[in-house]
Ligand binder design. Structure first.
Ligand code: ZN
Length: 115
């Protein structure tokens, strides 16, 4: 399952960035997941629960996922357009545009610790 390896890589990133002491104080992880990132938020949530259960890590930690829509930048119009239904078109000139500036990301936006 693709999502399990994503969760594992998130945990590896956190373990690299923080001391064990801090890791144990994490209560919530905020992720930004682009619509175009090929990740299903619900599958990612399920994978997170599965990894928690199997590894015993991140017990009691919530995963918050912010889904980011796709935005493209048209260099002709120098404008950004929001993409719906995967129609990659500049809203200003109606030309095809695949220069994605948002929506392909998968990143850890914020980690919340208990006081
Ligand atoms: Zn345009």
């Amino acid at each position: 399952m693709h999502e399990v390896s994503i969760v594992q890589s998130i945990l590896r990133t956190l373990e690299r960035e923080f001391d064990q002491e801090d890791i144990e104080r994490i209560v919530q992880i905020d992720l930004e997941v682009g619509v175009f990132s090929n990740v299903e938020p619900i599958l990612l949530q399920n994978a997170f629960e599965a990894v928690k259960t199997t590894t015993g890590k991140m017990k009691g930690v919530r995963l918050h996922i912010d889904v980011k829509p796709i935005k493209v930048y048209c260099s002709d119009c120098q404008r950004e357009s929001l993409i719906e239904d995967y129609r990659f078109i500049c809203h200003a000139c109606q030309k095809p545009c695949t220069n994605i500036v948002q929506g392909a990301e998968l990143l850890i936006k914020r980690v919340h610790f208990e006081d």
